[in-house]
Design a binder for this molecule. Structure first.
Ligand SMILES: [Zn+2]
Length: 263
């Protein structure tokens, strides 16, 4: 009964995602857009009646550098976060990797792909980001990300979030067949790191119990990063707990699965 109740709550909380939503990733310029409909899976944590409200903070490290405003705050204030990294990002951020490794209780490292290609197995460009383009290339993108994470000394990832967070239906099937859960989200915190600090802070501070927040930790020059810090602090003040995806999964009675919306 209890399990059914929680599953029902999860299902009820699934919301439609508008095609015109702000990008979760990549460039502000949209080159053409998807030729076929894509899914943007929604992920929420099961609600825990009677417990403190909680969120999962998930931060993408697509490429480029690390935002020390965010990373240093998470360490100093002991706020757990799940970091989705690419092989590209791992190559150039040895110092950040050392910090992440020094705090295995705070940071869960998950898979954001090898080359930051959109998880679409036909030729397409989404938000200016090229798709993997074929089933074989998608497998290389997913497994190449895992290989780099393991080679860097982290645990084998359990979750995959592709660049742009938009997937073709057959890509989702393939990724799950490879053994990964789809790293969806329910709250777009920073609009692909392109929002202003105030808007980002306001979005994150307004999170609801069970939200999985997406933002970026690889854009140290963008204003959004300071908004992530401010928003996270505001949530703490509201009494929210922060949980890692792996811990939420371990505590749940059923696997946390992203809800794939109708195509
Ligand atoms: Zn990304």
């Amino acid at each position: 009964m209890h399990v059914l109740f929680r599953l029902l709550l999860c299902a009820m909380l699934v919301q439609p995602v508008l095609a015109a939503a702000a990008p979760t990733d990549g460039s502000a310029t949209r080159h053409g857009g998807p030729e076929r409909s894509l899914a943007e899976p929604v992920l929420r944590l099961p609600l825990q009646p009677g417990a403190a409200p909680r969120v999962a903070l998930t931060l993408d490290a697509c490429m480029g550098a690390v935002d020390r405003r965010i990373l240093d705050t998470l360490v100093a204030e002991r706020i757990p976060a799940t970091i989705f990294v690419t092989a590209r990002w791992l190559k150039h951020n040895g110092e950040a990797i050392a910090i992440l490794k020094a705090h295995p209780d705070l940071f869960e490292i998950e898979n954001h792909g090898r080359d930051h290609l959109a998880p679409v197995d036909h030729p397409a460009t989404i938000w200016g980001v090229h798709a993997a383009g074929s089933p074989e290339a998608l497998t290389v993108e997913v497994e190449g990300g895992t290989e780099a994470i393991v080679a860097a000394g982290f645990d084998r990832p359990l979750w995959f979030r592709g660049a742009t967070a938009r997937y073709s239906a057959s890509a989702i099937t393939r990724i799950e067949a490879l053994g990964y859960r789809i790293g969806g989200f329910s709250l777009n915190g920073d609009g692909g790191s392109l929002l202003g600090a105030h808007t980002t802070a306001r979005r994150i501070a307004a999170a609801r119990d069970g939200d999985v927040i997406i933002a970026h930790i690889n854009q140290p020059t963008h204003a959004a990063g300071s908004g992530v810090v401010e928003g996270v602090r505001a949530l703490r003040k509201r009494g929210f707990d922060f949980v890692l995806l792996r811990d939420a999964e371990a505590a749940a009675s059923a696997p946390l699965n992203s809800q794939v919306l109708a195509q």
